[in-house]
Write a new protein. Sequence first.
Lengths: 198, 253
Amino acid sequence: MTGGQRGLRRPEPAGPRRGGDELGALLGRVARGDEEAYAVVYDRTAGQVLGLVRAVVRDPAQSEEVTQEVLLELWRSASRFDAGRGSAAAWVTTLAHRRAVDRVRSEQKAAERERRAGASGTAYDEVAEAVEAKLERERVRRCLGSLTDLQRESVTLAYYGGYTYREVAGLLGVATGTVKTRMRDGLIRLRDCLGVDP
Amino acid sequence: MRFGGSDLHTLAGAYAMDAVSPPDRARFERHMARCEACRQEVRGLREATAALAAAAAVRPPDAFREAVLRQAGQVRQAPPAGARPPARWAALRRRELGWRPRLAVALAGVLAAVAVAGGVITYGMQDRIDQDQRRELTVAAVLTASDATMMTARVSTGGTATVVMSHRERALVFTAARLHALPAADGYELWLIGPAGTRAAGMIAAAGRGRMVGPVVVSGLAAGDSVRMTVEPAGGSARPTSSPVLVISLTGP
């Protein structure tokens, strides 16, 4: 497992940086029932929650449904955000992503997904196309570009496509162990390139 | 296929992107509970995924904003995390089970003990919040399901296990008491075994002597499944490697 320990050796201080996390402060106000603060949180997060959920879920109606659930969850559970455990942005997108993959991985879709994973190539092109159209941020695009092809494909299929690493391995025709390490190496490289390392 | 320590570390990337199956997720979280470096790494990787999410941002429909803000005004907010789990369990018992008196009485003891053991099964990680919530919701759903069924059985090496299952919710809630303490290198692992195959269903953190463990929520229950428990290396196994110390045949749907 080359580079298996690389990321672990990096010293990583605890708190997130990024100017004291303004979104986190807003969440603190939301936790106390501040509706005005919630409106600001909505404005800062709704676009990326919807974009992310749409990338994973695809179906527009279901995407909106999941997005609403996530946004309401921010209102409901704002008190549970803990700044000591990462940035507010990461908390929000982690919640959104989890909800989105939960939706697409429901039992009923399992068979269909497996078929898709089996039909090599097409699913990846479809996902990649959708993703590329959405990559608005130059910085992220540039950093994704600094990954190896396999790292980039593994990361985008998993994150935007909502596939598990085993499914990604099927899609790409690569061993699961390889995909697992590429996902980690790719994310580490992305993290370092973006300078988001806390 | 076993996950040794260093092999598990490599799952950090997939885990940070939710690209793992429930058993893999459970395994990695058990590992992470003991690995501060892993928690930090996942934290850093999640910051990277947040940038990926930001890059995918789209403009939501205008009507969306008003609808969400209006709904929020009508949704009750949750108390802060870690706000006295015993109180939450007590509330759950009262509110959710009030209309099922017999089951409620039977479960009261289980839940009270579980509240005490709560700390045993919580992991100090960012995900805890979501997990706790999700678990709590699943527990409530199973316990209040119209087809909820409770079964108890003795563990051959000592102790008692209680299962409340619901085919409707496709899940079961497992608790155990007075399990025989195991050496640190070993742990109890739960399995669902049936026509749908053999699935790892989570490790049981065997607390001190006489302590209640659980509730462990096991999802993906299928027709014809039985619950088994085996003694495995503490990191968990992909397949059972010893004969079961507990077998509970579940009633059909």
